[in-house]
Design a binder for this molecule. Sequence first.
Ligand code: PEP
Length: 252
Amino acid sequence: MRKPLVAGNWKMFKLIGEAVDTVNALKSQVADVTGIEIVVCPTFTALHPVAQALKGSNVAIGGQNIYPKENGAYTGEISPQMLLDAGCSWTIIGHSERRQYFKETDAFLNEKIKFALGAGLKVMFCIGETLEEREGGKMNDVLCRQVTHGLQGLSAAQFEQVSVAYEPVWAIGTGVTASPAQAEEAHAFVRSLLRDQFGADVAEGVRIQYGGSVKPDNAAELMAQPNVDGSLVGGASLKADSFAAIVKASLC
Ligand code: PEP
């Protein structure tokens, strides 16, 4: 049985004070929730204060990116060791905004995933097709390429620390959500790729989150799909009330 994972990606939003206020409100609203892993991924500057505010709660913290070096002359970058030091247990890797704006390739993402896991972080690895790719009938090819190259060389033990987030690019921040049937079709396909490439145990164990305009009113029907094991939430995670409502709607 896969434990659902519901994570909030705050992108480049919230100064420290607002971030701390949000998690203070969130932690009391989800304090009674068991059976769901809850994560928030604030901006780098807010990580440590948010981690302090969440101490002793059932909400974990993640970064939104890492650079695959422990330290060194890499101006503007951050290492997994620094995220761990700030209180993180997770990081997002391969978000479509990183792929699109920062030209991150599958091979580089594979290097990042391995380095983050080696340092002791858990990884939410994002994949997903653009609208053009979907309409051009290339969705399966794109997902296959991203899974094959992004996760290449991971051991079964490493997969226990990885969640795959299927985030169709056309659904991110657009208000257009994949229908439950579309999400299930893509998730089942991703799971079949994992089975073919890494074996049945890995495929059955890995959580596949859905991301793309998840809101309190569509979370339950997405989560009811057999291959949807949680969500990665952008806009609707910025407010404690709506993120808590998504967490609670994911209890099924
Ligand atoms: C995201 O940024 O990963 C995301 C899914 O955003 P939104 O929920 O706003 O579509």
